[in-house]
Design a protein. Sequence first.
Length: 220
Amino acid sequence: MSGPRVLIVEDDPRLGPIMRDVLAARWDVILTASAEEALERITTEHVAVLVVDRRLPGMSGTDLVTRLRRSRVDVPVILLTALGELADRVAGLDAGADDYLVKPFEFAELEARLRALTRERVDRGEDIAIGSWWFSAEQSCITSPYRGRVMLTRTETALLSLLAEHPERVFSREVILDAVFRRGEDPGTVDTYVSYLRRKTDRDLITTVRGSGYRVGTPD
């Protein structure tokens, strides 16, 4: 299935595969049984939405969400749990979850909530929030919260698109070079264009991850 990618984090050996099989009719589904494995998958693959069991072996679902939010990973999350008390729902939402579904649940409701979360992202159109800025690849510009629209070159747009569409990922210079620039360009070209973008916008627009490469930042 080529629909939005859903990462299910569920250790129940019966429920997990059932969820995967039901959702696979309309979604690109990945099933993992631990928060630790989910973290690894999120750092290497693009995921549209997470469905996370609150009680997991090792790291809990709530702790997983907390770690993602602290790492500025903004993928939407639905928490699943048999704990239906108000305090439990509040704890999950306070951790950074976008929605909360109590077991047992109807799959039709789960799918409706998944559609709602992914639709919110689509409804933003081509504009992507980067901190307090709004980036439009379609219009080759980024809008500042305090000085208006800044126009970008084609290469600057391609570079920022790569980073902004995968905010949870750190891209090495080699990966950026292959994805954005012509063959034969020197890796230093990546640093040059990162510098161009920072001069035009904000020094925190792109974050340098020492020894690894670049990722999108969170400028004010």
